[in-house]
Design a protein around this ligand. Structure first.
Ligand SMILES: Cc1cc2nc3c(=O)[nH]c(=O)nc-3n(C[C@H](O)[C@H](O)[C@H](O)COP(=O)(O)OP(=O)(O)OC[C@H]3O[C@@H](n4cnc5c(N)ncnc54)[C@H](O)[C@@H]3O)c2cc1C
Length: 391
């Protein structure tokens, strides 16, 4: 892949950060499920929160391709770091693409420096894959603002964020339902569990993906001003469309995360295979282990090609829903495969918390579930293929 000097420079910086600061400390944060404040601060310092925000709004103005490369590098260290970044990136992208001029001017510069951090909340206790069945409502109030009621689920960065990009029903009678949905830029106090109209219960306990909080959000008569509607008056009823566009970006991002996890699993496995001896030889000399390494290496190469091709297409403005879906499906299954194969190559030690592959085994499944499960992904891929090959 040909990279510009700027892409090379930022990737080199992130790679050094991962090798020097992330990999040696990740076990500590993972085990204690602690927010990695020093790592986060370094990410802010590197400008990663404004990586795709245009320079005129204080960001680095880099493209989706660069973002995907950075996410793969960060995730080689720890997917939770890309989790801290990703909802913010998606919310910023939505404001940049669908926001009013005032929303862009007021919010993007503060988002570029992470002074404002964003969550992205669409899922509810009763609605994950089936987004059109969400129930959180936003109703107009007499002062022209909005009143929000309902419960959101699985909101990554839900507690520490100051902005929640929220999908809510504004017209329950709309047919189809998605035409009655609107996106809101909800401002809140960061790090506060109880504020008037909004309760954030304790963080959800997860198998992996530790360190970054994932929360419920309980809205009960939470008030937001009229200008909280993404895109202003013209944005009313457009929320579903805006969120789905962001999910497509999210798929490229999840694929990139998967590339990072798979690379880490491979690097650990191929090193261990050349250190561990059984029956008088390095296990790398046993054909059974070689076959695993061959499968892992091949799947990673394919995952990289699919992912960065989808990112390149999307960055150049081409339609890329099919490619993003294929990349997400393939790369995340490859990450899951590589995590378990790396554990097998480590034998019993792979099951020990002393070895990093144990964490990868707990982190990888998130990727096959998030940003549209891989079952849903296959339905979307098939639908598009049938469109393209209609007889
Ligand atoms: C750690 C974590 C972080 C998350 N962060 C966020 C976040 O920041 N913001 C946010 O909005 N959401 C977030 N999510 C939610 C995530 O996107 C959803 O969990 C996911 O979309 C699946 O929804 P669900 O859990 O309700 O599963 P369901 O939709 O209930 O699905 C259950 C099973 O049924 C299958 N299924 C459903 N419908 C079909 C169908 N038509 N055909 C075939 N199979 C089907 C699914 O593939 C799955 O296997 C997060 C989830 C996790 C676990």
């Amino acid at each position: 892949m040909e990279l510009t000097a700027e892409q090379e420079a930022i990737l080199r910086t992130v790679r050094e950060f991962v090798d020097k600061d992330v990999l040696p400390t990740v076990a500590k944060y993972d085990r204690s499920d602690e927010f990695p404040q020093p790592l986060y601060e370094q990410m802010v310092e590197m400008g990663l929160f404004g990586i795709t925000i245009p320079e005129e709004h204080g960001g680095l103005g880099l493209d989706l391709m660069t973002y995907a490369l950075v996410v793969a590098e960060l995730s080689r260290g720890w997917i939770s770091l890309s989790g801290i970044l990703n909802t913010h990136f998606m919310a910023a992208w939505m404001i940049q693409n669908f926001g009013t001029e005032e929303q862009k001017q007021n919010l993007l510069p503060l988002m570029a420096t992470a002074e404002l951090r964003a969550a992205y909340s669409m899922t509810e206790p009763g609605a994950g894959s089936d987004v059109q069945s969400i129930r959180t409502t936003a109703k107009r109030t007499e002062d022209g603002g909005w009143r929000i009621d309902g419960q959101k689920m699985w909101s990554t960065n839900g507690l520490r964020s100051s902005i929640i990009m929220l999908l809510a029903v504004t017209d329950a009678s709309a047919n189809p339902r998605h035409k009655g949905m609107t996106a809101f830029i909800v401002r809140k106090e960061p790090g506060v569990q109880h504020q008037p109209g909004l309760t954030i219960p304790p963080n959800l306990k997860k198998l992996g993906y530790k360190g970054v909080e994932t929360t419920e959000l309980v809205f009960d008569d939470y008030r937001v001003p009229a200008y909280a509607v993404l895109g202003g008056e013209a944005g009313i009823g457009q929320g579903f469309k805006y969120f789905m566009a962001a999910v497509e970006l999210g798929r490229v991002n999840v694929a990139a995360r998967a590339v990072g996890v798979a690379r880490c699993a491979f690097e650990l496995a191929i090193r261990y295979a050349q250190e561990r001896q059984t029956f008088g030889r390095k296990i790398a000399q046993h054909q059974a282990i070689q076959m695993k390494l061959a499968q892992m290496g091949t799947q990673i190469r394919a995952a990289e090609l699919l992912t960065f091709d989808a990112a390149r297409r999307k960055a150049s403005g081409e339609r890329a829903d099919l490619e993003a879906g294929m990349a997400k499906l393939y790369a995340t299954e490859a990450a899951q495969f590589c995590a378990i194969e790396a554990m097998r190559i480590h034998g019993g030690y792979g099951y020990s918390q002393e070895y990093m592959v144990e964490r990868l085994y707990r982190d990888a499944p998130l990727l096959i579930l998030g940003e549209g499960t891989n079952e849903i992904q296959q339905l979307l891929i098939a639908r598009r293929l049938l469109e393209l090959h209609a007889v």
